[in-house]
Design a protein around this ligand. Structure first.
Ligand code: NAI
Ligand code: MG
Length: 471
């Protein structure tokens, strides 16, 4: 049993004032594997006070000093890659390929931010004004459970790059992964109070941070509904906010796409992180003329995908994080049937041979109308919608007919053609074919997928405030 009964405040692991305890589960077995003692609003206050105390010294550091701190964090996190991988497999259950990426990504985020700090123009002259980019104060980060290591890393890295201090409220479902990360951060020997981590429930610790007068900025990743609550709470004190919210990403198969290669690529992004990914491409827009071929290839490729526990290295789709999330995904599969979408493969219940664990059958609905709820709402599981289109203009219109706009995909055998379509999509990122992640490029959403951008110079700038001195 993992008993996690401390939080990290002012450079030390301390017992929370809060008395609540939450069970921790292995989602592949449904067995309880631990318990976390949660912080409360008093703990949030103590963490904010520590971060506030550490802020002035941090704000005075030079870019070179910040880059050095970031490199220390990079090394400390990379040194714990094995522990992080094991914690992620046990507590979250993502396929081992994704866990491997996530652990590497968490470490490299610090190195990427070090590079950004070294090249970013913190001072510039505009006419007679000397403009300096200043840290805006203590930052709070509120993060979800679907990529805990990377979210903690990216928010800490950006805060430090800006010269800020930070309080992090992770998901209570990720306490084991959080603990491994906290140990790594502690080993990097940062000045006390620069990084503080308070486990706790959203409506308790998250809400306390969202209204706290000493918090200048909130960086949130999670659902659109909670993002709206945080934005509303933050408005009272005009906190700056970066919100990275949900998605319902379209994947447009252009007429010239080679479906033999495009379908496996599209399923990899559709089922990314077992479908628990804001950037997943969950609406497959297929030309009517290619619909039959797409059906055959989708079914055939999905039959080759292995669902199961991440301890099996061949598994490509793992369980949902919790029973609640499993039930939520099941309810969307039932909804698809109620909406008279046609079930191409998958359906309700667990995959054959998996009696325990929060596993979902990889599911594809076809003949889906873009107005159906399964095409409009984020399901956050391995459930995809095929939406047929008649011509390219209609495909682009369907792609953009959504309240979201995070990450879209274009699949084509002609890169120029794909770029022309990409430029008509309302999305913060458009991925053409199997293009890899670009770590310094901005990431974030149009419309209700969020506010602001993360990563690289765009991400850093969202943690800064310009000051112009005129003389
Ligand atoms: P959530 O958005 O409620 O949770 C994310 C974080 O916000 C957690 O740390 C939570 O404790 C905190 N939080 C919750 N209520 C809060 C409040 N009132 N004030 C401040 N912080 C608060 O997501 P949840 O409930 O875990 O998942 C529900 C659905 O949200 C999922 O099924 C999925 O559709 C979506 N989701 C989207 C994510 C994304 O990356 N876009 C990540 C996680 C969930
Ligand atoms: Mg919630």
């Amino acid at each position: 049993m993992h008993i996690i009964d401390t939080i990290y405040i002012d450079g030390a692991f301390v017992t929370p004032r809060g008395q609540d305890r939450a069970p921790l589960f292995n989602p592949a077995t449904e067995q309880q594997i631990g318990e976390v003692r949660l912080g409360d609003a008093d703990d949030a206050d103590l963490a904010v006070a520590a971060a506030k105390h550490a802020f002035p010294a941090m704000a005075r550091t030079s870019p070179a000093e910040r880059a050095a701190i970031l490199r220390r964090l990079h090394e400390a996190v990379a040194a714990r890659a094995v522990d992080m991988f094991e914690a992620m497999v046990e507590e979250y259950g993502a396929p081992s390929g994704f866990c491997g990426f996530a652990v590497h990504h968490a470490a490299s985020l610090f190195e990427d931010m070090a590079k950004t700090v070294e090249t970013y123009a913190f001072r510039r002259t505009i006419g007679r004004a000397e403009v300096s980019m200043e840290p805006l104060g203590v930052v709070a980060a509120i993060i979800p459970w679907n990529s805990t290591l990377g979210f903690i890393a990216s928010k800490i890295a950006t805060a430090i790059a800006a010269g800020s201090t930070i309080v992090i409220k992770p998901s209570e479902m990720s306490a084991i992964q959080t603990q491994v990360m906290a140990n790594a951060i502690h080993a990097a020997r940062l000045p006390k109070g620069v990084v503080n981590i308070v486990n706790g429930y959203g409506p308790v610790v998250g809400a306390a941070l969202s209204t706290h007068p000493d918090i200048a900025k909130i960086s949130f990743t999670g659902s659109t509904m909670t993002g709206r609550a945080i934005l509303t709470a933050a408005a009272r004190t005009f906190k700056r906010v970066t919100l990275e919210l949900g998605g319902k990403g379209p994947q447009i198969f252009l007429e010239d796409a080679d479906l033999a290669t495009a379908i496996p690529i599209a399923l990899a992004s559709g089922f990314l992180n077992s479908g628990q990914a804001c950037m997943a491409g969950t609406r497959l827009l297929v030309p009517e003329s290619r619909l039959e071929e797409a059906h055959v290839r989708l079914k055939a490729h999905i039959e080759t995908l292995k669902v199961g526990p991440a301890t099996d290295p061949e598994v490509q789709i793992g369980p949902m994080v919790s029973q609640k999330q499993w039930e939520r995904v099941q309810s969307y599969i039932r909804l698809g049937l109620d909406e008279y979408a046609v079930l191409l493969t998958g359906g309700e219940g667990r995959p054959d041979g998996l009696e325990r664990g929060w596993f979902v059958r990889p599911t594809v609905f076809t003949h889906v109308g873009n107005q159906m709820r399964i095409a409009r709402e984020e399901i956050f599981g391995p459930v995809l919608c095929v939406i047929p289109y008649r011509n390219e203009a209609e495909a682009i219109a369907i792609a953009n007919d959504t309240s979201y706009g995070l990450q879209s995909y274009v699949l084509s055998s002609n890169i120029d053609h794909a770029r022309q379509v990409a430029e008509q999509l309302q999305a913060g990122r458009v991925v053409i074919n199997a293009a890899p992640h670009e770590p310094l490029a901005p990431f974030g959403g149009f419309k209700q997928s969020g506010i602001g951008r993360e990563y690289g110079a765009f991400g850093l700038e969202a943690f800064l405030e310009p000051r112009a001195v005129l003389s």
